[in-house]
Structure formats: structure tokens, C-alpha cells
Design a protein around this ligand. Structure first.
Ligand code: PLP
Length: 369
């Protein structure tokens, strides 16, 4: 039996009829860019996020880039934005694309989220904003991030690419900050059948500005307020996302149940450290990531040889990537981040996974250890 890290085919088969219909209807109506599903999905996703406005765009990287550009303006490469090194490269790419220098803080070993107690040590005259990353599906402690931001007059844009539907203190991403950005890459908790992204904000004018920037700076068809980019969400993707949004809460609940089985089975093992859900049930387990005390690389290989799709998110922190050598952050500067990169292991996690499959993965892992 093969147990992949994620299984997108299983999700398609479970909702085949609805998904096929929405695609056929987009094609019939030739609504390939914009259109009915685009408008409906933007409205429904904004409601889902807790009420506000949604600007749809081409992918999660653009969502973050456009949000930073709209909230803070294009930077001149001397101003700084504080974020984490323990994330996908897109977080830092979006920051530099918008003309800001990424400044990395270390993470909390309990959650792998930004260690908020370290933020203030990185704030200086050049600091303009904070980009917390809700890694693995758990939100960073947003009340604490906002308190620091307000004290120092900084903007906050949340990278919620892995956290559709997550909560912190009863609030979803974007409810306290300037904006939250999402990716609809196929493997995310809410995934399209291609690329897609969105910015959620409580501010209607900010949403309008991002919508404009994502469509060549267009105010109306022939009037360009400024130069923007071409980052639009396809009509077909909007249709697929609209159908899938209706199932997101149920899928996230399924992920939580599977995570609790993993937790029960692996909790007492002497070579395993489990991460904590400090968000009081608000974690949506985009990934189920554990720390193993030894032999991580051997374990990944052995699990893969046994047809279990283990992964590593992420093996090389951004400050140690060749792409960010110019930031001059030396090895050893972010000890928790570097420790996690060596010891973490992602286990299969997708809503259609069965309890038996979780048992198989956990038993196999413990046998390998
Ligand atoms: C997936 C992801 C992104 C980028 O999203 P794309 O849609 O692939 O551009 C950004 N940040 C994080 C943390 C992600 O996981």
C-alpha cells in the first residue's frame, strides 16, 4: 500500500461531479478570466475569512508581493521587513520583489513559528513591517505580533499560504493585521488545479488597490492608474476553488482528527519530539511535522522505500540558501531554525487519509527508529 504525502486524486474523485460541472460551465460561458465564479469566490472567501474583502491573484507569492507593495509602497531596498528564515522561499522573494530587505528572527521550538520575544531586538530605524508566517497551518500569536507592531508603528502582513481556516484567539488571518495572503497551489489546504492566490483585508480601499495592481494597474479597461503586473486568477480556478471552499471546514476538521491520532501514537516515543498546538484548536495541519532526535535523513529514505511519502519542510533555511548569501547572515545566527532544519520530518497528511493509514505510518516510523 502506497501512502503519499498528499493525495489530490482522492479529493477529485470524491467531488468529481461538482468539479466537472463547474469547469464545463466556465468553458460554456467562456469566462476564462474574471467572470461569475471569480466574483462569487472572492465574496465567499472574504466571508469565510471573517468578513472583509478579497483580491484574487495569480499565486501566493504575488499575493504577498502585491500586499506589501500596496500596504507599504515599493521600497528602495534599504528598508527592512522582519520575517522568519524557516519558511518557503516565496516569503522572502515577495519581500525583496517589493524592494525590502528581509530580516530573519528565530523560531519557537514548540511550534516552528516566529519567536515573538525576539522581534524587538531586530527593530531599527529602517524597519517598516513584520511578515509572520503561519507555518504548517498554525497561526503565529497575532495579538502579540500586533502589540509590538503598534508600539513601533509597523505594518503587518500575514503569510497565510498554509493556514486557510486557521484561528488564533478566535480570529482568522487578516482580522487583526493589515492583510493576510493565501496561496491556492494544488497541495495547500484550499488548492486550485493550477496556480492561484488571494489577499484578504478588512480595508476595502486596500483591496481595490491590490486588485488594480494585479491587473496592470487598471482603474477601468483603458485607464491605467499606475504600472501593475499581470497576476489574475483564471475563471476555471475560481470555479474549482468555489466548489472546494464549501468543503474546507470539513477537510480541516478531518486533518485535526488525523493529527490527534498521530499525536496519541507518537507522543511517548523517546526519539520523537512533537510540536504543540498553542492556538487552542485553531491549527489546520497543512502539514504534520515532527522532530526526530536522530537519523532524520535515513528515516526519510527508509519511509520512502516503504512507499510512505515522507518530506522535509524545509531542509535548508533561507539564510543559508545561496540565493540569500548577500544578506550575510552567518551559520549559527538562528540556532533553533538551523536545529529544526536538521531534525524535522513531515508525515503524510491529507483529509482523505484513513485512520488505518495513520496507524501504518506511525508504526512504520517507530519500527524504523
Ligand atoms: C506555498 C507558499 C507560498 C507561495 O505560494 P505560491 O502560490 O506557490 O506562489 C508562500 N509562502 C508559504 C509559506 C507557502 O507555503
Amino acid at each position: 500500500m502506497k501512502i503519499p504525502l498528499v493525495d489530490l486524486k482522492a479529493q477529485y474523485l470524491a467531488y468529481k461531479r461538482e468539479l466537472d460541472d463547474v469547469i464545463a460551465s466556465t468553458i460554456e460561458g467562456t469566462q476564462f478570466i474574471g467572470g461569475k465564479f471569480h466574483q462569487e469566490f472572492a465574496r465567499e472567501f472574504a466571508d469565510y475569512c471573517g468578513g472583509g474583502y478579497v483580491a484574487l491573484c495569480g499565486n501566493g507569492t504575488d499575493a504577498l508581493y502585491l500586499a506589501i507593495r500596496a500596504v507599504l509602497g515599493q521600497g528602495d531596498n534599504t528598508q527592512e521587513i522582519i520575517t522568519v528564515s524557516h519558511t518557503f522561499i516565496a516569503t522572502a522573494e515577495a519581500i525583496t520583489m517589493a524592494g525590502y530587505r528581509p530580516v530573519f528572527v528565530d523560531i519557537d521550538p514548540n511550534t516552528c513559528l516566529m519567536d515573538v520575544s525576539l522581534i524587538e531586538s531586530k527593530i531599527n530605524q529602517q524597519t517598516r513591517g513584520i511578515v509572520p508566517v503561519h507555518i504548517y497551518g498554525q497561526m503565529a500569536p497575532m495579538d502579540q505580533v500586533m502589540a509590538i507592531a503598534e508600539k513601533h508603528d509597523l505594518k503587518v502582513i500575514e503569510d497565510a499560504a498554509q493556514a486557510h481556516g486557521a484561528f488564533w484567539g478566535g480570529k482568522r488571518p487578516g482580522q487583526l493585521s493589515d492583510a493576510a495572503t493565501f496561496s491556492f497551489y494544488p497541495g495547500k489546504n484550499l488548492g486550485a488545479w493550477g496556480d492561484g492566490g488571494a489577499v484578504f483585508t478588512r480595508h476595502s480601499q486596500l483591496c481595490e488597490k491590490i486588485t488594480m495592481l494585479a491587473n496592470h494597474g487598471r482603474k477601468t479597461k483603458y485607464l491605467h492608474e499606475c504600472e501593475g503586473v499581470n497576476s489574475r486568477l483564471d475563471g476555471i480556478q475560481a470555479g474549482v476553488l468555489k466548489v472546494k471552499l464549501g468543503h474546507l471546514d470539513e477537510w480541516n476538521e478531518k486533518r485535526r482528527q488525523l493529527a490527534s491520532i498521530y499525536t496519541q501514537m507518537l507522543d511517548q516515543h523517546k526519539d520523537i519530539v512533537l510540536h504543540k498546538d498553542l492556538s487552542n484548536g485553531g491549527h489546520v495541519y497543512h502539514l504534520f511535522v515532527i522532530e526526530v532526535k536522530k537519523d532524520r535523513d535515513r528515516l526519510v529514505k527508509e519511509l520512502q522505500d516503504k512507499n510512505i511519502g515522507a518530506g522535509i519542510h524545509y531542509p535548508v533555511p533561507l539564510h543559508l540558501q545561496p540565493a540569500y548569501a548577500w544578506l550575510d547572515v552567518p551559520e549559527g545566527a538562528l540556532p533553533v531554525t538551523e536545529h529544526k532544519a536538521r531534525q524535522i520530518l513531515s508525515l503524510p497528511m491529507f483529509p482523505e487519509m484513513t485512520q488505518n493509514q495513520v496507524h501504518t505510518v506511525a508504526d512504520t516510523l517507530m519500527a524504523c527508529l
